[in-house]
Design a protein around this ligand. Structure first.
Ligand code: ADP
Ligand code: MG
Length: 645
């Protein structure tokens, strides 16, 4: 039987009546290992899997935090298979459910799913089988995957579960991606909140909540919503309460790097294609894109660029369900190796050998977890360019705390020195109240202090210090802020790209001005009038290259000298760059004083210049000017959400 008492815990190494669930000497330990080998065909447990399974078999409520790809599914699948009875798994995404049900069927586990798409006749059959158990000769259902909507909306499901429970065969509720319960987290789903009803209706049925992202802020919320008791440490657990497990969040097989994204779309595709073919030819990968349109364009162009060698597929929220499933199958079979996706793809997807990833900025922290789930070395690449920031800003302007999150992402992308693991640790300790040491230490989620060691495998750890250059850019900053102030005083508006050109003396020094008249619906609009900035009176142009200038502008946004300013039109939201109040601290000084070092010092790190290429004047000129057409903002509504690149 799966119920046991304290006295059956010979593995209890901890004195004073506490249970060490990580130990391997429980009465059922041998059976667990046998099941691991015979059913799942695996040899050993990872991370805290065995501890979680021990606690699950012991019938405890559990909260388990393990990194994506850590192997959370096994912690409820194995116990479900070991004893009799029915385990209900609540999981947020159809793709995820499909994947798991398929995997269970492949190894011969009786497993079904019930979603909004399940036909009535199929549902009837499942309900009947649930109620009857194995009594009608058919095999007993061990695992039933359902969506949270199904649980909150289907009275029939609940009443069936009540009957199964009365017969003593309702084993466990599993809440996968449990962070979706909390409104304080990043992926709240209202139907998850209704899962409160489970403990109310089925007080004796254990709940196992698993997730990769939980913080000291969202954990109490989760416990409250699921009506779980106070947590107790899995290695020295009290006999009551919710047994808590967590594994280190850092995954040493993921190699993080940021690569420069060329300025025009064609070269960007070529850069990604080159990188893939050089590092992971024929292997699996995901390219996360910012928009549906991006995903489609990148897929199409990468395929063309590679002459069909890179087999791309498209996956986003707008793709029909059957098509999504087809892509999954083709991806698993290796007929598609590179999925161009939006974040709709991959929440919980299980494919071991994802070897490369590249994307633009948003959501990087969560998405990279989908690489290397088989434990082999994998790359998580961010193709980044300063100008992306403007587009990202226009995408996140409405999100709560969106701009704060974006700034963190930009800081990460622009940083050429800090170990990526340390950067993640810092980010999560600040934004999610997660201890920095959670990256190394299993139980650190609950303490609020600690630090982490460097990873030794990311781009910044491996970078040759001679390949970067930290420059004093105080004078350049002064000039940039002067130009930005001039534009603002004249009633003009500039995007990041405009400003970058202006300060470098390009584009004829022209910028767009907001007219005195009112546009439609009272909105002021750029009236097509242009004005010229007299650079000489503002200290002259700066001598940095295009990429370095863009990097510096973002750096100044991050330092607070410049800021984003949002302007909505009927069709889109435009993002302009304006000087902040802080800019005055520098610009009220005279250039001579700044040059003489009588001001605060502004520093910025750039890639060291490569040995000079011999390039024709024409080609250079094309490089310089390219991008101008991309971001020219002659009339509002030109750029923004709808204008994906
Ligand atoms: P997640 O924690 O993200 O839900 P999954 O449960 O999907 O992770 O597991 C990720 C991958 O790791 C799967 O391919 C799974 O088969 C594999 N896996 C899980 N546990 C083990 C183990 N003990 N040994 C080897 N592979 C494992
Ligand atoms: Mg999972």
């Amino acid at each position: 039987s799966h119920t046991s008492t304290i006295s059956t815990h010979p593995g209890n190494k901890v004195s004073s009546g506490l249970i060490d669930y990580q130990s391997t000497t429980f009465v059922y330990s041998q059976k667990i290992t046998q099941t691991l080998e015979s059913v799942f065909q695996l040899n050993e447990f990872r991370l805290c899997q065995e501890g979680v399974i021990n606690a699950a078999v012991d019938g405890r409520d559990i909260v388990c935090v393990m990194p994506t790809g850590g192997g959370k599914s096994l912690t409820y699948q194995l116990p479900a298979v070991m004893g009799r009875g029915l385990t209900i798994v609540i999981s947020p995404l159809l793709a995820l459910i499909w994947d798991q049900v398929r995997a269970m069927k492949e190894i011969g586990v009786e497993c079904v799913m019930m979603t909004g798409a399940t036909s009535t006749s199929e549902q009837n059959e499942i309900y009947e089988r649930m109620e009857s158990g194995s009594s009608r000769g058919g095999k007993e259902i061990r695992l039933c995957y359902v969506t949270p909507e199904k649980v909150s909306k289907s009275k029939r499901l609940i009443s069936t579960l009540e009957k199964v429970n009365e017969n003593g065969r309702l084993r466990r509720f599993v809440i996968d991606e449990a962070h979706c319960c909390s409104q304080l987290g990043h992926d709240f789903r209202p139907d998850y909140k209704k899962l409160s009803m489970l403990k109310t209706l089925f007080p004796r049925v254990p709940i196992q909540a698993v997730t990769a992202t939980l913080s000291s802020k969202t954990l109490p919320d989760l416990l409250k919503i699921l009506r779980l008791g106070p947590i107790t440490d899995g290695r020295a657990a009290k006999t009551t309460g919710t047994v808590f497990f967590s594994a280190p969040l850092f995954r040493p097989n993921l190699h993080y790097k940021v690569l420069p994204k060329p300025s025009n779309a064609k070269s960007a595709i070529a850069a990604m294609g080159d990188w893939i073919q050089k590092n992971h030819p024929g292997q699996s990968g995901i390219i996360y894109c910012l928009s549906k349109k991006d995903a489609e364009t990148v897929a199409e162009e990468l395929r063309e660029w590679s002459g069909g060698d890179i087999k791309t597929g498209i996956y986003h929220a707008g793709v029909e369900d059957y098509e999504k499933e087809r892509i999954h199958v083709r991806w698993r079979e290796g007929k598609v190796n590179c999925i161009c996706a939006t974040i709709a793809f991959g929440l919980g997807i299980d494919k071991g050998d994802v070897r490369y990833m590249s994307k633009s900025l948003e959501g990087y922290y969560q998405e990279t977890g989908r690489a290397g789930r088989d434990g082999q070395d994998s790359d998580c690449v961010l193709f980044y360019r300063g100008q992306d920031a403007a587009r990202l800003s226009s995408l996140i302007y409405g999100d709560v705390d969106g701009s704060g999150k974006l700034q963190e992402m930009l800081r990460f992308a622009q940083d050429l020195k800090t170990c990526r693991k340390v950067a993640f640790a810092k980010y999560f300790s600040a934004s999610a109240h997660l201890s920095a040491s959670a990256w190394d230490a299993p139980d650190a989620l609950l303490s609020s202090s600690g630090s982490t060691s460097t990873c030794g495998i990311c781009d910044n750890c491996l970078r040759d210090p001679a390949s970067i250059l930290t420059k004093d850019v105080t004078v350049e900053t002064w000039k940039i802020l002067k130009v930005a102030q001039y534009v603002q005083n004249e009633g003009g508006r500039v995007t990041l790209a405009n400003l970058s050109d202006l300060v470098r003396g390009l584009g004829g020094g022209m910028f767009g001005v907001v007219g005195g008249g009112e546009g439609k619906k009272g909105k002021r609009k750029l009236n097509g009038e242009k004005e010229k900035v007299d650079l000489e009176s503002l200290g002259g142009k700066i001598t940095l290259g295009k990429d370095d200038t863009e990097a510096l502008l973002i750096h100044l946004v991050l330092l607070g000298y410049l800021a984003d300013s949002y302007h909505a039109t009927a069709y889109s939201v435009n993002v302009y760059i304006v000087p902040s109040d802080m800019a005055v601290r520098l610009t009220r000084l005279r250039l001579g004083d700044v040059q003489a070092g009588r001001s605060v010092k502004v520093e910025c790190t750039f890639p060291a210049p490569e040995p000079k290429k011999t390039k024709g004047k024409k080609a250079r000129k094309a490089d310089e000017e390219d991008g101008e057409d991309d971001d020219d903002l002659e009339d509002e509504g030109d750029e923004g959400i709808g204008n994906a690149k």
